[in-house]
Design a protein around this ligand. Structure first.
Ligand SMILES: [Zn+2]
Length: 349
């Protein structure tokens, strides 16, 4: 075939292919086929030696013209395709603003967190600071600093998960007390802190026992702190949590880190002291343990116990939540059943 006929055919066929291409990929294939380095036009240039010398110039000119034409058509086709794709995308993604919105599912606060948040802000309001310590604690801070040396029988009261001979999952948040006591500068004012957090004990889980629970420790140390300061503070806490008309009473108890030690009961909020299953027909419910800080605890932290004294208390947040909301199985706190948790939505503040 004559090279001029070939060019004429390529002209028609090329434009035809450009027009048929409906997406960028096809168009790109057409571009490579027509004007690429190994494309049809290049092939024609390569076969130039078959052309009579007097015609070479004209063939070369025609090839260049055709290349310019193809390139222009290819660019135009590409622009059309891009516009069409965009138009289709806009059409497909059109939002119908008249449709009802999707409901946002808000979670509800965990009952223990409701109690915790409430108590934290209550104590902050009374000038306490909130301290959080490590859940993996050392024997030193968890026990020894709290006047519970190794082989002390009180260690049996707190069956412990040991990690090795020195590290353990804390059985009480008291380690936070020891750390703060060591660092506190009394020239800047009294020490007032609460330390909330998870604690762990080797217990078989049942309705009233759990291997994990939440405690909140409180500590106040200064000059001239007396038992009546402790009593007043505990009364305020119980009235805040269980209601203004609750009666309270203190009973002597024993903790290694306080002397004297007490446990506090509140009058039963269910029967008002007459006796019912919740208070086991005693009219009283035990809510927390407390006492005056043992001199050894102060001395262990380098504080002169003849000058400074204080009180400490420990609140079981699970127990507070159980009493306050009438929960009958402690395991409900940790099994993440949404039906249980959603009941507390109305309690959030
Ligand atoms: Zn009762």
């Amino acid at each position: 075939m004559d090279l001029f006929d070939k060019l004429k055919e390529l002209h028609e066929e090329g434009l035809n292919q450009i027009n048929k291409a409906k997406d960028e990929k096809t168009l790109n294939d057409v571009r490579v086929e027509l004007v690429g380095r190994k494309g049809e036009l290049t092939k024609i240039l390569h076969s130039m030696r078959e052309v009579a010398p007097e015609n070479r110039r004209e063939v070369g000119q025609k090839v260049n013209e055709l290349r310019d034409l193809f390139n222009a058509q290819l660019d135009e086709a590409k622009e059309k395709i891009v516009k069409a794709v965009l138009a289709k995308k806009l059409e497909d993604e059109k939002i119908d603003v008249t449709l009802p919105g999707r409901e946002a599912h808000l979670g509800s606060k965990h009952p223990i967190n409701i109690i915790l948040d409430d108590l934290e802000s209550y104590f902050i309001g009374m000038g306490y600071r909130v301290v959080q310590g490590p859940e993996i604690e050392t024997d030193h801070y968890c026990f020894e600093m709290m006047n519970i040396p190794k082989d002390h029988p009180a260690r049996d009261m707190q069956a412990t998960f040991y990690i090795d001979s020195e590290d353990l999952l804390r059985t009480q948040t008291s380690g936070d007390q020891a750390r703060v006591l060591e660092k506190h500068d009394f020239s800047k004012g009294p020490l007032k802190m609460v330390g909330p957090g998870k604690v762990y004990r080797r217990d078989d889980d049942d309705a009233t026992h759990s291997h994990q629970f939440m405690q909140m420790e409180g500590l106040v140390v200064d000059k001239n702190i007396t038992m009546s300061d402790l009593k007043g503070t505990l009364e305020m806490i119980s009235k805040h949590v269980f209601g203004q008309d609750r009666e309270t009473r203190l009973r002597p108890s024993y903790f290694p880190f306080t002397e004297p030690s007490v446990e506090m009961d509140v009058s039963c909020f269910n029967c008002d002291g007459k006796g019912c299953p919740i208070c086991k027909y005693t009219g009283w419910i035990e809510v927390l343990g407390a006492g005056m800080v043992h001199p050894n605890v102060l001395e262990n932290a380098g504080i002169d116990s003849t000058v400074y004294g204080g009180f400490a208390f420990g609140v079981g947040l699970d127990r507070f939540a159980i009493l306050k909301y009438g929960i009958d199985d402690i395991r409900d706190f940790y099994t993440n059943d949404v039906r249980f948790l959603e009941q507390f939505r109305k309690e959030e503040r």
